[in-house]
Design a protein around this ligand. Sequence first.
Ligand SMILES: Nc1ncnc2c1ncn2[C@@H]1O[C@H](COP(=O)(O)OP(=O)(O)OP(=O)(O)O)[C@@H](O)[C@H]1O
Length: 282
Amino acid sequence: MENELAIVARGLRKTYGENVAVAGVDLEVRRGEVFALLGPNGAGKTTTVEILEGYRRRDAGEVSVLGSDPAAPAADWRNRIGIVLQGLGEFDELSVSELVHHFAGFYADADDPEKVIARVGLAGKARARTHTLSGGQRRRLDVALGIIGRPELLFLDEPTTGFDPEARREFWDLIRDLAAAGTTIVLTTHYLDEAEALADRVGVIADGRLIEVAVPEHLGNRQQAHATVSWRTPEGVVESAETATPTDLVTELAARFGGEVPGLTVTRPTLEDVYLRMIGHR
Ligand SMILES: Nc1ncnc2c1ncn2[C@@H]1O[C@H](COP(=O)(O)OP(=O)(O)OP(=O)(O)O)[C@@H](O)[C@H]1O
């Protein structure tokens, strides 16, 4: 049902001269979903997202975003979408609070600026001039400007680049809050842990093609992958075996050792392992 889908793209294509940036992408994002686009540099993520945002023209394909074609949207369409832009240099002399209030003025039903400032963790910086913010604080301000209009659909292009680990965790909590409140979120990221932590589904783009869409646990048949069981022999040598039935092997080892197995670990391929395999690095 179109209604349950925030985004539908069919055969999306964009070329720059000889260079095919997006080579026929089919994509569906459900309402309320957090969808992450992963892919190496130059894969076509930003081009895809900017077409969906209405900032780039496609060469071919059908696109519907919140029921409108982004190339010719309905009158209130842009108000229903949040876009996290970077680098609003001309507003450098405004304070955080002034800038967020200024942006709130663009929307008929904007959120409370002070609440949004607190929500992105900038309450202590509300009076600071924006040019005095650190890179990570600046990015939080970008997010505040993206959500001030209470968007139904929020686009975030590499939102946590430059964040320290604590800021990333706080940002993830913010994204989860927004998702819990029903906001559909499309984000691009290079961080696999971020995709795994946030996304309901992940789409992997390589060379302008969407090569797989899956929930993070299922990406690249990760769940079917063999587990690696490692242990230490009485001589102190670390041995390991790949197996489809790790429980059997561990049970056998436990019997062999008469209880606790020294140095026992059971691992499966990480999201990073399967991702690198998918995009061709082995
Ligand atoms: N305005 C442009 N003019 C010409 N080529 C472009 C333009 N924008 C993007 N491209 C090319 O299109 C391809 C896809 O770029 P895009 O920015 O969509 O990739 P990306 O997946 O977002 O990469 P990154 O992870 O590095 O941000 C690249 O080969 C890029 O060089």
